[in-house]
Design a protein around this ligand. Structure first.
Ligand code: SAM
Ligand code: SF4
Length: 371
């Protein structure tokens, strides 16, 4: 079954989708890594989707309080509940052994977790060995000036920086605590360190819709991709979601007054769909969990800083991986728990934002499971 040098399916970045009912042997053959002759059974869910991508939230804390993400008065986990950095490394490594090719470190704000560079440094061994294709980060940018070079030294090549406006006052209003100048310094430092940056903005009605063309010109002018995200009904916040929600179908239509948008096949392994903007030559992504559900090709699961595995961002079902992780030095129990959890991965989420639905789809905030 060895396929030396085979690029394997994940090298093309396309999440399988495998037809339901495909024999497991065929799936192994598709996902064997170069030089790997025996497959550690990859994690494949009941719909034939191989789990090749984990998003790991390393802290629920943050130095911002974005109005769509957190309430002003958040209660955070006691530090003792968190997995240590060594435990996070072990958990990530167990996923890598079972077919994960891409890890995104997120939060809360991942770069505010004390000692976080230790985790990046230790995980980078999987990049060196070729077991892992990519380690990426989603950050609010506040600490990037300090850490960008170290991230690059650990083998990180691409990062996502969340930025919803280019106006300093509006930035302070939306993040409650953020300082735009510091984020801009961070972006400068990241580009200097050679990191590719994608700017992520949550599309917010009456807030950044009018600014979107300028943000696109700015990002593309600096050689950065730009992606808009539909706001998702996660966690209780002060504002009504329906007041924030801007369908990206509408934003996209509005943008055609300013730009020529050309469909593109570009994929990063995440849920964004891309177009090229003819006038800027840059790439523009849309993440549309509401107007266009992208669950069918989902290759992802999320792990929180307490070792809770969420098989879907938009569902409550979860599995505790901390108990089996701590119960034994061997990974056998942990692997069993991972297998059982993936066997329960649902087909997809069912987000709704309208004036009659007042409950969030799930009670936890985005900062728990990370973006
Ligand atoms: N603190 C980091 C940051 O802001 O990039 C990482 C964590 S944050 C939860 C990850 C992403 O989720 C950010 O791009 C943020 O804008 C987005 N986000 C937070 N709450 C959201 C929501 N309710 N709907 C859609 N996106 C959300
Ligand atoms: Fe913090 Fe990111 Fe949530 Fe903003 S979106 S509050 S930066 S975790």
């Amino acid at each position: 079954m060895k396929r030396p040098g085979s690029p394997g399916l994940f090298h093309g970045q396309s999440p399988l989708p495998i037809e339901p009912g495909t024999p497991l042997g065929n799936i192994y053959a598709m996902i064997l890594r170069p030089g790997q002759d025996t497959p550690e059974a990859p994690l494949v869910d009941p719909f034939g989707r191989a789990i090749s991508y984990i998003r790991v939230s390393v802290t629920d804390r943050c130095d911002f309080r974005c109005v769509y993400c957190m309430s002003e008065d958040m209660h955070f986990l006691p530090k003792g509940d968190l997995l240590t950095l060594e435990e996070l490394d072990r958990l990530c490594s167990a996923f890598v052994a079972r077919g994960t090719r891409k890890i995104r470190i997120t939060g809360g704000e991942p770069l505010v977790r004390r000692g976080i560079m230790t985790l990046f440094r230790s995980l980078s061994r999987h990049l060196t060995s070729g077991a892992l294709e990519e380690i990426t980060v989603t950050t609010n940018g506040s600490q990037l000036a300090r850490y960008a070079q170290e991230l690059a030294d650990c083998g990180v090549k691409r990062i996502n920086v969340s930025l919803d406006t280019l106006d300093a006052d509006k930035f302070r209003a939306i993040t409650r605590w953020g300082d735009l100048a510091k984020v801009m310094e961070g972006i400068d430092a990241a580009q200097k360190a050679g990191l590719s940056i994608k700017i992520n903005a949550v599309a917010l009605k009456g807030f950044n819709d009018v600014e979107a063309p300028d943000m696109i010109r700015w990002a593309h002018g600096r050689g950065m991709d730009m992606t808009f995200i539909e706001v998702m009904p996660l966690g209780e916040i002060e504002t009504a979601r329906a007041d924030q929600y801007l369908p990206l179908t509408q934003l996209r239509a509005d943008l055609t007054d300013h730009f020529t948008l050309q469909d593109s096949d570009y994929k990063t392994g995440g849920p964004a769909r891309y177009v090229s903007v003819k006038e800027t030559g840059g790439r523009l992504g849309f993440i549309t969990p509401l107007t266009h559900n992208f669950c069918e090709g989902c290759n992802r699961v999320r792990v929180t800083c307490t070792g809770t595995l969420y098989m879907c961002l938009g569902q409550e079902d979860a599995a505790d991986l901390r108990t089996p992780l701590r119960a034994s030095e061997s990974d056998t129990l942990l692997m069993r728990a991972m297998e059982e959890a993936i066997a329960r991965k649902p087909k997809g989420h069912d987000f709704v934002i309208d004036r009659t639905t007042h409950m969030p789809a799930v009670g936890r905030h985005m900062s728990v499971t990370g973006g």
